[in-house]
Design a protein around this ligand. Structure first.
Ligand SMILES: C[S@@+](CC[C@H](N)C(=O)[O-])C[C@H]1O[C@@H](n2cnc3c(N)ncnc32)[C@H](O)[C@@H]1O
Length: 275
């Protein structure tokens, strides 16, 4: 797994939402920097392994293109499958604004009926970000995402973390809700909880392995970002960059996975693993 060309975790790469020349990075970048760094690295490795500059990427539940549009900006062809017509409309507009409309295709569909709308075994990389929380059957969602991969492909899986929600409710003074999330089989803090399901790192890696992939890496995402008052980050010079570096450093440490707002798992087919 280790790649000498890979930048150290403590030096996150610029997110496309925050150009290299921009000294202070946006809050949006803070929420996605760790995932973007891992994903971009995985795509770079696929480019090298396949010898193709343009990869075929599927973003299942890709919504309005938070990741699909920047991935297309790297030169890859991206198919977004999402049940929401509004999200697909926003995707189309966003892709046009980013001048990547020719590389982004939006298709209405869902994780269960994935192969009614896209090709089985047709993609170098599949993204499944923020979707397993909402599908009826997460194991089926992961199996379908994996079945969309070529024999040498990577799965980028991002989902809400249980521990992060417990910690956030407790720090907000909602101790009963924190306890409820801890005890609830779906990790929900109550009937008003907008997220239907949360996961531990073990549950997510279990789903990836059960679908036949090897786990390449696990990262905790937004370990601190959601807990730090906005004013602290926005008013202190250099605070945003320092927080980004802290997030990147903590993301790889298993000790922090149990308190991260989201968890990212990179799954690799056996062939991609040997590439
Ligand atoms: C939290 S958003 C995440 C969007 C995007 N993946 C991202 O990371 O920004 C969840 C997305 O999942 C989509 N979704 C909900 N149920 C789904 C299903 N059964 N199959 C596929 N996508 C679904 C929603 O329409 C929405 O766009």
């Amino acid at each position: 797994m280790s790649d000498p060309m890979r930048p150290p975790a403590s030096q996150p790469r610029p997110h496309p939402a925050a150009p290299r020349s921009e000294p202070s990075r946006s809050r949006a970048a803070l929420r996605t920097a760790v995932v973007w760094d891992v994903l971009q690295d995985a795509l770079d490795r696929r480019v090298k392994a396949t010898g193709r500059q343009t990869l075929d990427v599927l973003d299942t539940g890709g919504g309005s293109g938070n990741f699909a549009v920047p991935v297309a900006g790297l030169g890859h062809r991206v198919t977004v499958v999402d049940p929401s017509p509004n999200a697909l409309f926003a995707l189309e507009r966003r892709a046009a604004e980013a001048a990547v409309a020719d590389r982004v295709r939006g298709v209405q569909g869902d994780a269960r009926g994935l192969f009614e709308v896209v090709e089985r075994g047709g993609y170098d990389a599949v993204l499944c970000h923020g979707v397993l929380e909402y599908v009826d059957d997460p194991a089926e969602g992961v199996r379908n995402a994996v079945a969309a991969l070529r024999s040498d492909g990577v799965l980028s899986l991002l989902a809400a973390g249980l521990g992060g929600a417990v910690l956030a409710r407790a720090l907000a003074g909602h101790f009963t809700e924190a306890r409820q999330a801890l005890d609830d089989p779906d990790g929900r803090w109550g009937t008003g909880d907008p997220v239907p399901r949360r996961f531990t790192a073990e549950q997510l890696t279990g789903l990836v392995e059960a679908a036949g992939l090897r786990v390449g890496s696990v990262h905790g995402v937004r370990v601190f970002a959601d807990l730090v008052p906005g004013g602290l980050v926005d008013t202190q010079p250099g605070a945003m960059d320092a927080l980004l570096e802290l997030e990147a450093a903590a993301a790889e440490l298993a000790a922090f996975h149990s308190v991260a707002t989201q968890l990212h798992v990179l799954g690799e087919t056996r062939e991609a693993d040997g590439a």
